[in-house]
Design a protein around this ligand. Structure first.
Ligand SMILES: Nc1nc2c(ncn2[C@@H]2O[C@H](COP(=O)(O)OP(=O)(O)O)[C@@H](O)[C@H]2O)c(=O)[nH]1
Ligand SMILES: [Mg+2]
Length: 286
């Protein structure tokens, strides 16, 4: 059996790098968890720089040039070696993956029997406001037939890209590992703090059901093919781009901030342990 590996997947701007830094901040404190860091990663400086930026009350910028292709963090899950691997460079190729329908060849060696994927999607503002699925939702099934809007250049709705990406991943797992393999795929909904409190309280699955109905139906119809969980994540409990929020940011240590909303035990729960999605993903192999 290969070493458990978790992969981050998601379009640019989905929140992968900032979650990586927040995760490193959590792991750095060496608090006793099922998942611990196992020495320092080669990209220590890069990770520490990202953390410093966040501790100063700002989200880290879009991935800087010159960063290595893969960031790998050596971990131990219940004492067993594992790793987290993140494509952290400009122009990550997940969009190409969707368009070309081919898994990036330089990532193929990462797909094995204990690989899990975390697919990132922002909580708000992903779909173009007038994509055809939104039109249909608000104006009924016939509305797309009658509209005069030219949607030829509109991007495909996020939920379609996600459902398709998961399907392509599954095909790659089948090819690389075997048809009976059931990979763990976590859906990480980022910037959870941007949702109204009552939507947060409804939990990540309800969010998918109302905002990304097609994706939700796809997940529920394929429960036996993938082990899927959804997580709603806020790195620091608010928007670091909002001066209203950052003015009180120093009132408590940023490490004490941030939440993961999940339904690992059925009911909606909120945890302060930002490591949770990775712990779920990696415990598949232990
Ligand atoms: N409000 C809020 N925004 C977030 C959070 N996490 C990420 N973001 C936003 O998402 C943007 C893109 O994040 P980034 O990590 O660069 O995405 P990547 O391209 O997938 O690596 C950030 O600049 C933030 O504006 C969060 O917890 N709360
Ligand atoms: Mg990035």
């Amino acid at each position: 059996m290969s070493e458990p590996t978790a992969l981050f997947i998601g379009s640019p701007g989905a929140g992968k790098s900032n979650y990586l830094f927040r995760l490193w901040l959590a792991l750095r404190d060496d608090r006793q968890r099922t998942i611990m860091r196992d020495g320092n990663p080669a990209e220590l400086q890069y990770l520490n720089d990202g953390v410093s930026r966040q501790l100063a009350g700002q989200f880290a910028d879009h991935t800087s040039m010159g960063v290595r292709e893969r960031i790998a963090i050596p971990l131990k899950v219940n004492g067993v070696p594992a790793s987290l691997t993140v494509p952290d460079r400009p122009g990550e190729d997940w969009k190409k993956f969707y368009e070309r329908r081919r898994f990036p060849t330089d990532w193929l060696d990462l797909i094995h029997d204990t690989t899990s994927c975390l697919v990132f999607v922002p909580a708000v503002g992903t779909d173009a406001p007038h994509d055809w699925m939104t039109i249909q939702r608000f104006q009924g099934a016939g509305a797309n037939l009658g509209t005069n809007a030219d949607l030829r250049d509109a991007p495909p709705p996020t939920q379609m890209v996600l459902a398709d990406t998961i399907q392509l991943l599954q095909a790659q797992f089948r090819q690389s590992v075997g048809p009976a393999h059931v990979p763990r795929i976590g859906i990480v909904i980022t910037a959870w703090d941007m949702l109204p409190a009552e939507q947060q309280a409804g939990g990540p699955l309800q969010h998918l059901r109302t905002e990304h109905k097609l994706l939700y139906d796809f997940i529920t119809a394929n429960r036996e093919r993938f082990a899927i969980e959804a997580f709603g994540i806020t790195l620091y409990g608010g928007d670091l781009n909002d001066p209203e929020f950052t003015k009180d940011f120093g009132d408590k240590h940023p490490r004490e901030r941030g939440e993961v909303w999940h339904q690992l035990n059925g009911a909606v729960e909120c945890s302060d342990d930002l490591v949770l999605p990775i712990a779920w993903a990696l415990s598949a192999g232990t």
